[in-house]
Design a protein around this ligand. Structure first.
Ligand code: GEK
Length: 239
């Protein structure tokens, strides 16, 4: 059970850029559920799509796995089809926490940079709110590597926070997202401190830019399967 996220409430935070350290790891479940509209639905959609598209004897990649929520959601489906889950994160605190809680022979938790690993024999790859933390310049090559490592008929599920081309739309939707966080118990001060800490760390792109990256990586069938305020999920199939 996750602790309540009070990181930006008390005066003892240290103005550092946001990072997925031990402190964040301890409250992460609470933090993501209260900050990302549709987060729980994204896990359920991943489960539904995995049920349909996961292929026997193949790999499921949970890239940027944090506390392994996606892995947990698809674990039984993958096991039944004699597959393996490779759950990767470059936060030591996150991977240590996963390793101590989830022990299953078909799941490997790997401490690594997701842009440095090779994707092999994959039928489903999940990037659940992750590439927004990668430098934009590395995103295309990274997605090309995923396309290459997917089997025919396999899918990449990409969930991202996105930005709008129109300032007016950006303002309107951001205001609603702001209210969503207040309604979930964060104060104005907490929201503004977290926004400052994420500056330059979370770099969102527009829906069109994300779709463009998917097409350029090789995917030709791309479906938007969920959208909540400024968060979107695409399913990209390798035909
Ligand atoms: C979930 N998918 O619960 N290499 C490896 N991991 C990375 C990298 C990188 N280059 N950059 C960021 N991460 C999860 C939620 S959280 C989303 C994902 C959020 C990791 C980072 O350490 C963190 O654990 C995760 O990506 C992003 O469905 O906090 O908004």
């Amino acid at each position: 059970m996750s602790k309540i996220d009070n990181i930006y409430k008390n005066g003892d935070f240290n103005h550092l850029p946001f990072s997925f350290n031990e402190e964040v790891t301890q409250v992460f479940e609470d933090m993501i559920e209260r900050s990302v509209p549709g987060y729980i639905s994204s896990l359920k959609i991943t489960e539904e799509i995995t049920t349909k598209l996961f292929q026997k004897d193949s790999n499921f990649y949970d890239l940027g796995c944090s506390l392994g929520a996606v892995t947990h959601q698809v674990s039984d489906i993958v096991r039944t089809k004699n597959g393996n889950i490779l759950a990767v994160d470059n936060s030591e605190a996150m991977i240590d926490s996963c390793k101590s809680r989830i022990k299953d022979s078909h799941i490997s938790f790997i401490l690594d940079d997701i842009t440095k690993i090779e994707i092999e024999n994959a039928s489903v790859v999940s990037l659940n709110f992750v590439i927004q933390f990668l430098e934009p310049s590395v995103r295309l090559n990274f997605l090309k590597g995923i396309f290459k490592g997917l089997k025919k008929g396999g899918a990449l599920l990409l969930s991202e926070k996105f930005s709008f081309d129109s300032n007016k739309e950006e303002e309107t939707v951001s205001r609603i997202h702001h209210s969503f966080k207040l309604a979930n118990g964060y104060s104005e001060l907490e929201v503004s401190r977290k926004r400052d800490a994420l500056e330059g760390v979370l770099i969102s792109q527009s829906q069109a830019e994300n779709e463009g990256l998917l097409y350029e990586s090789g995917f030709s069938e791309i479906r938007k399967v969920m959208k909540n305020l400024n968060f979107v999920t695409f399913m990209a199939i390798k035909l």
